[in-house]
Design a binder for this molecule. Structure first.
Ligand code: BGC
Length: 737
């Protein structure tokens, strides 16, 4: 923890210095909130810290009683403008201090018009579009009575066994941080009290993505360095973008559950990273302190959480039940409760709830914006840009001549599975299945369908339909096989040990492959699977992810070439489960992967390369790269270096390439990643067009945390890589003086 001690002492000096300055006058918000707190009883204060799930009847006497007595500060899982208005009316008309309720929800990738899952969105590498997609979700949620969404989730993870990889931005800190910022801005807009926006709640602070072996809620075990280099930066990006709220993780950081971890929540999050919104627990994590044996009872759990810096208790109802007596008994200081209440009231103030507690409950607006044509169009664009073409041996796009298409596979006609985990108010009847997408496509193909096998989620059965599908596919011009996982197989609680698709599906593809007909596999999944055998038997593979409401149309447009794929992988696709965790920016160890003898760091029985590297994705165009040109071979700390490369479209159709720049620090006091993403640009090129793409590099791109975990930049030689993905690139070196 040396790093934090150092920074904290610096912060202390700064604040001590600050104390000698004249105090700034209180803002209107401070005056308002102070005044309100001064009127509150202990019970009312504890009530503001209480966040309860409530989906029951609005007439329930017990619920009404809680509202009237000010025992509820916020509600989750209550939706709809009319319903939430009714609840708000009770709080405003019947409670003593008329403090409005804040409504919260898991609007993770859409409210009712569902966008692709966040990992898929990350695959677009289109930061502006990701922001737009968050805005679509915000507009619908806000019109439906929601004030805050539990998103973005920004937990970096390198383990596809962990089901929650679907919810975040992938394995890379640079890309993940850009996405974090974009999603916060998309949800929150420019003004929090604009009823077309929602407050974002970035989660889960911090390190949850490192859950060991990909088992959800498992222990995490990493160094301070990893915490600061990998897990914290996307949170920092959200905080710098003004995120209103943070949710802590289920995880225990250095064996201290995040909920009770004062160092994590107060020293790091609030003091060091400068977060000044309000901080909530995850689901029942105060009670979990008792379950895990960190607290002997709820009273101790509440004390630990409050003193660590928690300001809102999700679901456990420990704060509301215990804090008033704890203050009276001298177990916690009232000032600490007041501080927490202040943060919650400030959030309500910023959302404009004290000016108009009903501004988010506009049924006319709700009808107009939810599932609007504009929103459907936007999520379709997101779906198109998120899909990654992994393999294509001259079969895609499907040519006009291929009239006789046989669609097979257990996911061809399913709808809910396209919505994915956390589909909020999304409904299957609004979804276009992949089969329907192909059927409705303007090329009017002659379609036949055979299911081929069960999804076989539990890996027990479902192969008896294979022969029928093989018979149906015998005379096809082309076979499109839609395979993958059901909506619930990734997501929270979705840890798996097996990263191959269920064997029935693998067998189906192997049997179809034997027919020698062009075979396209479309994979619907929320995580990278080991697609090694699928890719071997298929002529083309499209990673469609869980693409949302408009996913079926998007797949069809890509298959028929109306849209040229642009997606690039935000996570490495392993060749074998045994490689996991696998990621592109590993550090060199004492032994090489390719040692001539057995003394190598690779596994003896599998290759060390992944099946598809981070950043990888094909297009129907073909791009070639020139050599990197530098404007100077070396530059000093206050200069900039420009690196350029020519990219040519050698293909026959227009296409968009994502030109990626990676840097390695060749010599350093600590081992450094073999390369790190430091920039990327999307360029659109017509056939035969050549464009020069330039990147500006400054010393800020070369900083790192030194051996004392202090931000540093060292003079010396660096390697620069520019290319289409993390493993194929042109390279050169430059020197920082
Ligand atoms: C999840 C959170 C989610 C919360 C409320 C928890 O189990 O970890 O990400 O926001 O439930 O649904």
């Amino acid at each position: 923890m040396k790093f934090f001690n150092y920074l904290l002492s610096t912060l202390f000096l700064l604040s001590a210095f600050g104390c000698q300055q004249t105090q700034a006058p209180k803002s209107d918000m401070d005056v308002f909130v102070d005044n309100l707190i001064s009127q509150m009883t202990l019970e009312e204060k504890a009530g503001q810290l209480n966040l309860i799930p409530y989906e029951g009847s609005v007439d329930d006497p017990e619920f009404i009683n809680q509202l009237e007595n000010g025992r509820v500060g916020a509600i989750l899982k209550s939706n709809g403008a009319a319903r939430n208005r009714q609840i708000q009316e009770i709080a405003i008309q019947k409670s003593r201090l008329k403090i409005p309720i804040m409504f919260q929800e898991d609007v993770i990738h859409g409210y009712k018009t569902i966008a692709p899952v966040p990992l898929a969105e990350a695959a677009s590498w289109n930061i502006q579009l990701i922001k737009e997609s968050a805005k679509v979700a915000a507009v619908e949620a806000a019109a439906s009575g929601i004030h805050l969404t539990y998103a973005p989730m920004v937990d970096i993870s390198v383990d596809p066994r962990w089901g929650r990889v679907l919810e975040a931005g992938g394995e890379d800190v640079y890309l993940g941080s850009l996405i974090s910022k974009a999603r916060v801005e998309g949800f929150q807009g420019n003004q929090l009290d604009d009823p077309n926006t929602v407050m974002a709640c970035v989660k889960h602070f911090a390190g949850y993505g490192a859950s060991l072996a990909g088992r959800d809620y498992n222990i995490i075990n990493f160094s301070d360095r990893e915490m600061m280099e990998t897990y914290v930066p996307p949170f920092k990006a959200a905080i710098d973008a003004g995120v209103g709220s943070v949710m802590c993780a289920y995880s225990a950081v250095q064996s201290i559950p995040a909920t009770a971890n004062k160092y994590l929540l107060t020293d790091l999050l609030k003091k060091e990273l400068g977060f000044d919104g309000f901080l909530m627990t995850d689901w029942s994590t105060i009670s979990n302190l008792v379950y895990t044996g960190v607290a002997e009872n709820d009273t101790i759990a509440a004390k630990l959480a409050l003193e660590a810096g928690i300001e809102m208790d999700m679901k456990a109802e420990v704060f509301v039940n215990r804090l008033p007596d704890m203050v009276r008994d001298g177990i916690v200081k009232e000032a600490l409760v007041d501080n927490a209440v202040r943060k919650v009231l400030e959030a309500k103030y910023k959302l404009g709830l004290f000016q108009d507690p009903y501004s988010y409950f506009d049924e006319t607006r709700e009808k107009k914006v939810v599932m609007s044509a504009d929103h459907q169009q936007k999520v379709k664009q997101m779906a198109l840009e998120s899909m990654v073409l992994l393999k294509n041996e001259n079969v895609l796009p499907i040519s006009e001549k291929k009239k006789n298409i046989v669609v097979v596979g257990p996911l061809a006609k399913t709808k809910k599975d396209l919505l994915g985990w956390w589909f909020c108010k999304g409904e299957e009847e609004d979804v276009i299945s992949i089969y329907e997408g192909i059927e409705q496509h303007s090329s009017k193909p002659k379609l036949r369908f055979a299911q081929g096998c069960e999804i076989d989620s539990f890996r027990v059965a479902g192969k008896e339909l294979i022969p029928q599908a093989v018979r149906a596919a015998k005379n096809a011009d082309i076979i499109v096989a839609v395979i993958g996982e059901e909506y619930w197989m990734s997501g929270e609680g979705g840890g798996v040990a097996n990263l191959r698709l269920p064997s029935a599906q693998e067998e189906l593809i192997a049997e179809l492959g034997k027919l020698g007909k062009p075979l396209v596999s479309v994979v619907v999944s929320g995580r990278p699977y080991v697609l090694t055998d699928i890719a071997e038997h298929s002529d083309a593979v499209l990673q469609a992810w869980m693409p949302g409401t408009m996913g079926g149309e998007a797949v069809a447009e890509i298959l028929f070439g109306d849209f040229n794929p642009v997606g690039r992988l935000p996570m490495t696709f392993p060749i074998h489960e045994g490689q996991v965790p696998i990621y592109y920016n590993y550090r060199k160890t004492s032994h090489d992967f390719n040692a001539p003898d057995r003394y190598s760091t690779r596994h003896l029985d599998i290759p060390h390369e992944p099946l598809y590297p981070f950043g990888y994705g094909l297009s129907y165009a073909k791009f070639s790269y020139g050599e990197i040109e530098l404007d100077k071979p070396q530059f000093s700390m206050n200069e900039e270096l420009t690196a350029s490369i020519e990219v040519t479209n050698m293909g026959e159709v227009e296409g968009t390439e994502t030109v990626q720049m990676y840097i390695r620090d060749n010599v350093c006091q600590i081992t450094r990643p073999v390369k790190e993403l430091k920039g990327f640009q999307k360029v659109n090129l017509s056939p035969n067009e050549i464009k020069k793409v330039s990147f500006t590099i400054t010393k800020d791109d070369l900083t790192y945390l030194d051996k004392d975990l202090k931000m540093a930049v060292d003079a010396g030689e660096f390697t620069l890589f520019i290319g289409p993905n993390s493993s194929e690139n042109k390279q050169t070196t430059f020197t920082l003086k």
